[in-house]
Design a binder for this molecule. Structure first.
Ligand code: DAH
Length: 349
């Protein structure tokens, strides 16, 4: 009797465990939960496994029946688990697909487009004008000898421009005792693009029409109108029949091409060691006269230093500041903005 009662209780136990597990499988909300359910209800420490371990204590008839019930429960659970798993996997894939979906109708993020720096762009505009007038473009070294930068340009050793205040020296040539007039005694950062005049004359025969863009250096403290590094374009024309009238005409054409036909210009007498006579050219811009460039007829000593016969050839030359021209063109009050590389400034031009 007690045996039969016990048998009845035991016979329903696998079904009870199965129903409990089926319930848990059905309510697993994701694959992680389903894994837990499987361990708890189908694993080694599940109720079914415990029940299975007690089979040995039963008599053969009971053992067979209960064994079958346990197996049936296991099979049912395995099927239910597999079905729920398939369901949950499909659900997960769908969520993932939705999350990864690409909306092809969204406007694209446009990458920021680069542009030429305003100083560089002004330089190119100037060179465009000059090449249009027949000049070729040549570049020279930024680290120059004192001879090319000064002596060959008729600037004697005691000239104020040679003092440490204005010039950034790199070094003196080792053991040199010679006078600068005879050849290089030191190396410096060129203070002007003018030394390239000498190199251009040395490397080609007249007629010569050359424009030299580039960086120049002075030991200046940066302020609104000075930078220790700035840009110049040098122009040099050497031919057999050039006069000051040619210089004026060429510079007037170039300045108007850059600043507009209506711009007011004025030539002022000036002094430069490497030109005689010399002048400066101003433009009336934004309510005031602004100095654009220095110019003049090439000094005979300079022609000779370049290897040209001063009795046969004349030339005119000029050097203009590119940065200040860029200031004029963009109506900017402070040169330092050009070297800060603040994108908000650069993009506003
Ligand atoms: N090199 C001069 C400067 O930096 C500018 C200059 C003046 C250049 C007269 C010239 C010139 O070629 O003839 O201030």
């Amino acid at each position: 009797m007690s045996h039969a009662e016990g048998g009845t209780t035991h016979a329903t136990e696998p079904d009870r465990l199965r129903d409990e597990a089926l319930q848990a499988i059905a309510s697993a909300r994701d694959l992680d939960e389903l894994d837990e359910v499987r361990t708890r209800h189908l694993g080694k420490r599940s109720g079914l496994a415990a029940l299975q371990r007690t089979l040995g204590q039963l008599d053969p008839d009971e053992r067979r029946k209960r064994g079958q019930a346990i197996n049936a429960a296991r099979t049912a659970l395995a099927e239910a688990e597999a079905a729920r798993r398939a369901q949950l996997e499909a659900q997960r894939d769908q969520v993932q697909l939705a999350a990864e979906a690409i909306d092809v109708t969204l406007p694209p993020r446009t990458p920021a487009r680069g542009r030429l720096h305003p100083v560089h762009e002004t330089m190119e505009a100037m060179l465009d004008v000059l090449t249009g007038l027949g000049y070729r473009v040549a570049e020279g070294p930024e680290v120059e000898t004192d001879w090319h930068n000064f002596d060959a340009l008729n600037t004697p050793p005691d000239h104020p421009a040679r003092s440490l205040q204005d010039t950034i020296y790199v070094h003196r040539l080792d053991g040199s005792t010679q006078l600068a007039e005879d050849g290089p005694t030191g190396v410096l950062l060129r203070t002007q693009t003018s030394p390239m005049r000498i190199r251009a004359m040395q490397s080609s025969q007249p007629p010569l029409y050359v424009a030299v863009p580039g960086r120049v250096y002075r030991s200046d403290t940066p302020d609104a109108t000075h930078l220790p590094m700035f840009h110049q374009i040098e122009g040099l024309a050497v031919d057999t029949d050039l006069s000051f009238a040619d210089l004026k005409g060429s510079l007037e054409v170039a300045a108007k091409a850059l600043l507009g036909e209506d711009v007011a210009l004025r030539f002022r007498p000036h002094f430069f060691p490497f030109t005689e006579p010399s002048c400066e050219l101003d433009a009336f811009y934004a309510g005031r006269w602004m100095e654009l460039l220095g110019a003049g007829m090439v000094h005979p000593n300079v022609l000779a230093a370049g290897g040209y016969d001063p009795d046969r050839y004349q030339g005119f030359a000029w050097g203009m500041g590119v940065d200040r021209m860029a200031m004029l063109r963009h109506d900017i009050a402070d040169l330092r903005l050009f070297i800060e590389n603040d994108l908000r400034f650069l993009q506003s031009l």
